[in-house]
Write a protein that binds this ligand. Structure first.
Ligand code: URA
Length: 241
């Protein structure tokens, strides 16, 4: 505790001290109690201060600053293997914000989310309900750099990228978050459950409704579940037309 207070003082922050259960690493749940972030993350005071000031910069960034910051990011090992960063694309004042897992090979080449086979299915699903990327829709991912071989992003990678997603949501203020797939659902809702368990009811990220549905890549492999995804989209449309 002494160490945390020292860091906060050094950074000119007055802690609004509250004892509470810290959010797990990787959660994008908002933490205005910065002392919690400090306690959870880095091993050393210097690292803690660096990480805290990084989080503060991201938390007040404009859209363009965010894009720039993501392009320069070296906060996790994914930067070593990426070709392009993939911050997100679309309407910056959207009705829907769609959150996927992380860029695949084609996204990594083009710098745009969901441009491969899964993206084409996502576009078709959106078209079926009268929506289109870029028009009232913003699309992004939990991690902004491609995990090699399309593996799932690791907890540290999700944690390193979480401030970007948190800021994107704060800037966009969507009426609805559509979490596609387990990584997005678990990250946004801070819950360790399956898509099947999370999709049935509408949850919240802060005050924003979150509809969970299946990832388009999963639907390409398991077309029988497209009917459930369709029901999820209709529920989402009901919440935020
Ligand atoms: N899968 C994702 O989760 N995101 C992309 O951008 C592409 C594929």
């Amino acid at each position: 505790m002494t160490q945390r207070i020292a860091i906060l003082r050094e950074l000119g922050l007055t802690p609004a001290w509250r004892e509470r259960t810290p959010a797990p690493r990787g959660s994008v749940q908002a933490t205005d109690d910065r002392s919690v972030a400090v306690e959870n993350s880095p091993a050393t005071v210097a690292e803690a201060a660096r990480e805290l000031s990084r989080d503060q910069c991201i938390a007040s960034a404009t859209w363009d600053e965010l894009t720039h910051s993501i392009a320069k990011c070296t906060a996790c090992k994914l930067h070593r293997t990426r070709h392009r960063t993939v911050p997100g694309v679309g309407d910056r004042a959207p009705t829907w914000m769609i959150v996927g897992e992380g860029p695949g090979e084609q996204e990594d080449q083009r710098g745009e989310p969901f441009v491969g086979a899964a993206g084409r299915l996502l576009d078709a699903m959106l078209a079926a309900i009268g929506k289109r990327r870029g028009h009232g829709v913003y699309i992004t991912n939990v991690v902004k750099c491609r995990p090699p071989g399309n593996r799932n992003p690791e907890a540290e990678e999700i944690a390193a990228c979480a401030p970007y997603l948190r800021r994107q949501i704060a800037l966009a203020q969507p009426k609805l978050l559509l979490a596609v797939g387990k990584t997005a659902a678990q990250t946004l809702l801070n819950r360790d459950a399956t898509v099947g368990a999370l999709r049935g009811s509408t949850a919240q990220y802060e005050t924003t409704p979150v509809q969970v549905t299946y990832h388009p890549s999963y639907l390409l492999r398991t077309p029988i579940d497209k009917a459930k995804a369709w029901a999820d989209l209709l529920r989402a449309l009901d919440i935020a037309p």
